[in-house]
Design a protein around this ligand. Sequence first.
Ligand SMILES: *Cc1c(COP(=O)(O)O)cnc(C)c1O
Length: 383
Amino acid sequence: MTIDSKFYTTTVHGGTEPEPRTGAIMTPIFQTSTFVQSAPGEHKGFDYSRADNPTRTALEVALAKIEKADYGLAFSSGLAAEQAIIQILEPGCRVLVCDDVYGGTGRLFRKLFAKYGIDFQFVDMTKPEEIKAQLSDNTSMLWVETPTNPTLKIIDIEKMAEAARSVGALLVVDNTFPSPAFQSPLDLAADIVVHSTTKYIGGHSDLIGGAVMTRSKELFEQVKFIQFAAGAVPSPFESFLLHRSIKTLAVRMQQHERNAFAVAEFLSSHPKVERVFYPGLESHPDHHVAKKQMRGFSGMVSFNLKGSYDEVVKFTQSLKVFSLAESLGGVESLINHPERMTHASVPEALRKKLGIGYNLLRLSVGVESSDDLIADLTEAFGA
Ligand SMILES: *Cc1c(COP(=O)(O)O)cnc(C)c1O
């Protein structure tokens, strides 16, 4: 499976116009809070950087283009982007959320927004009967993340769009894991796409950011108002960094996927591995859904290691190319222990249900040589 060839051009050129005064090919970092006006209320489209900043505007155009959206909005983090989406809702409404949503998303919904009278129901969205049971007239939104984290389940986006439409609800898809290179939820009838741009779109583990993309003018205006009114915007410098990162998104994703495939196949045949989770493998239970809605399977691979907790720890410490750290999507390979690290805040009963146990490890496969990555894993298995 391959990335659209047009995507390579979009990532390089989207949102980038030579700067008119000097011809600078990159949009400069407009490190300014305010803009001089020629008469009260008369300006060149920018009056205050919380509202709009030229460096951020260039980024937002690029974000819209790579997600095949008409509008893009940049935020100071993925969770700030999610917060702005939830804030378009009214108290009393219901939101159905996939049960193995990103841990911080679950925390935002359960611990913060539930107290404002929004009823969040966490359901297994791979099971249509669970959704049907929870859909109601006051359901305003379905919140999908696919592939899920860390067990890489696949949720059928078109089916979720149908379910949302049946009650007049919006469909939001968190597209962080596949990145716009491999999945286009707006083409599959989603209303809003959200990203933690900290991950693949940023790609270098050097910034925190979020994005919202949509084709609906009305939804754009609602979320834009919240961005302006609440102010969770990225700085001009971070906007510049992220825009710069987008230019290599296609080539990075191609290498991430190639390496992830090689690592997943290697792990599948290793005697010390109990089970591998990678949607690209034919053995993955939702492989057919993944093939239908994705152009590639991205760079995340999870697996169960055979052995005790101490052996699992030893394995993570023996790796030299993979670093033990949270987060994902950077050029460097990372290993994460979800139970003790990224998913420690998930209620224990839910962790059990989702299969997040002591021997589950999650890899963010980077863009190094796959031979070196496999050699590193081989050596750590030996230890
Ligand atoms: C990291 C992540 C988030 C949260 O984004 P931040 O940039 O850390 O605020 C949301 N969704 C997914 C899938 C993530 O991986």
